[in-house]
Design a protein around this ligand. Structure first.
Ligand code: ADP
Length: 469
């Protein structure tokens, strides 16, 4: 099985969120199952070529589109290939709000095709991820006429890659593809919509999210289109790479531990609180790690902070994102003696927080899959999640009759309002004061299989299913 895996971010080279983790872990799991997987991503200027040992390959090509020439070089590290083009990818951030994002990732899609045909005469599967690689589906099927299965995974339907329709000319996409059933979306071009149309199979990042996106509430204006294409849509829960996220072997921790109930976990908590200027390590520690965006439910956290600062708990928040939330959290930092806020993206601090935390806050408005709750469970930190998407698929509520090994256990709440969130926190406090039950939950979560091992198998059989379009 020869798989071409295309993603706009792959850990450890470039990461803004869970996509990077998945794009590193899933190909690895597929390779372990015997697939030959080649991954392709852009070479952003933030990628440290020397540090990661990237080598320049003897492959380069020009892509000529609408009388413009885009010259591409190729770098590689093992089975991962990087497309280099100074104008398109040497920017301050991966996506930013660049006006030419459509062009950047459109040309990237062409480069993927040019590299693909140079690397191998034929591929069994091209696996695309999110809007940034979406155009590859059209190119593979229509422009290059490959007889290759195309699979698209949607990691977040809110990001669709919508651009002015003039981009059709810049990227030389035939106007016959600008229809209601292909790229056209309110008179603009929608990369993700086109990819849903041209792919043989579409995967959502969890089974529940696959259903949710077919409803107006979660469908981001594509729900009816997704209902029409539901015959090829399914959900596969993401997993985590437990060799990467492993408290027994995590170089970022103060003290590593294989037993989630050991004193070493407590030692990380004491160390983190010291580092962040918080007192009382015997108190339960609630943590949040993630993007500051409406999606992550940060509003309800901000709204409840004035109330929870009176409780005998500690709260640690790490994240960054939209300016409004960055400012709001910055103004909270230092305002309460039991709340510490760190703005920014910090892999080391994130790992320390998972290791130190007793409860992870994930009050997401929607969550395609979510990896934080799986990482937290591995580190002995109990998730408090809203009942949505992959959170619902990976965490069962404490009150469920019997703990099933299929899912982790945490505190699950449904309504996204202050009252429900506070109620969830109070249930966590009650759990914390019942050490036997608290420890039973932590132990259970450590035994739940959130690895890619079985989930990669589901992808594997999907790669072999049915005829291509
Ligand atoms: P997203 O929707 O952002 O992709 P996921 O839950 O799927 O969310 O994955 C988030 C990943 O990014 C996890 O590995 C998490 O630990 C990491 N992460 C998120 N925010 C930060 C941050 N500020 N610093 C370090 N790591 C972060």
């Amino acid at each position: 099985m020869r798989v071409l895996f295309v993603s706009s971010e792959i850990y450890p080279y470039a990461k803004t969120g869970g996509l990077a983790d998945v794009s590193s872990a899933l190909p690895k799991a597929l390779r372990e199952k015997g697939a030959e997987v080649v991954s392709i991503m852009p070479l952003y200027s933030s990628i440290e070529r020397k540090k990661h040992g990237l080598e320049k390959c003897a492959i380069s090509f020009d892509i000529v589109l609408n009388r413009h020439i885009y010259s591409c070089d190729v770098f590689c590290k093992g089975d991962t290939y990087f497309i280099a083009n100074t104008t398109l990818f040497e920017r301050d951030s991966l996506y930013g709000e660049y006006e030419d994002n459509g062009l950047r990732f459109g040309v990237f899609a062409y480069a993927v095709m040019e590299l693909a045909i140079r690397l191998k005469p034929s591929w069994d599967v091209i696996h695309l991820n999110d809007w940034q690689s979406a155009l590859v589906s059209y190119l593979a099927k229509v422009r290059y006429k490959l007889d290759t299965r195309v699979v698209l995974t949607i990691h977040n339907l809110a990001f669709q890659g919508i651009f002015p329709k003039e981009l059709m000319n810049d990227l030389e996409i035939g106007w016959d593809a600008f229809t209601l059933h292909r790229f056209e979306f309110y008179d603009q071009i929608n990369f993700l919509k086109g990819a849903i149309a041209y792919s043989d199979q579409v995967v959502a990042a969890s089974p529940r999210y696959a259903l949710e996106i077919q409803t107006p509430q979660y469908g981001c204006n594509l729900d009816s289109f997704l209902r029409d294409t539901s015959y090829k849509l399914r959900g596969i829960l993401n997993g985590i790479d437990t060799t990467e996220f492993n408290p027994a072997n995590d170089p970022y921790l103060f003290k590593s531990y294989s037993d989630v109930l050991s004193e070493n976990k407590q030692a990380n908590k004491i160390k983190l609180l010291e580092e962040l200027g918080l007192k009382y390590p015997q108190r339960p520690l609630f943590v949040f790690i993630g993007r500051f965006s409406w999606q992550k439910g940060v509003n309800v956290i901000l709204e409840t902070l004035p109330c929870v600062q009176a409780l005998e708990i500690n709260i640690v928040i790490l994240g960054s994102g939209e300016r409004y939330y960055n400012d709001s959290f910055a103004s909270v930092a230092g305002a309460y003696s039991n709340v510490a806020v760190r703005l920014g993206y910090d892999e080391r601090l994130a790992r320390m927080i998972y290791a130190a935390g007793d409860f992870l806050l994930m009050p997401s408005v929607y969550e395609p899959c979510g990896l934080n709750q799986m990482i937290a469970m591995t580190y002995g930190c109990i998730p408090i999640v809203r009942l949505t998407g992959g959170l619902a698929d990976s965490v069962a509520d404490l009150s469920d009759e019997a703990f099933s090994i299929e899912r982790g256990v945490g505190i699950v709440f449904e309504e996204l309002d202050r009252f429900s969130f506070l109620l969830a926190l109070s249930r966590a406090l009650a759990l914390f004061t019942n050490p036997k039950r608290f420890q039973a939950v932590i132990r259970h979560n450590q035994c739940v299989d959130n690895t890619w091992t079985t989930r990669a198998e589901i992808y594997f059989s999907l790669y072999q299913e049915g005829d291509t379009l």
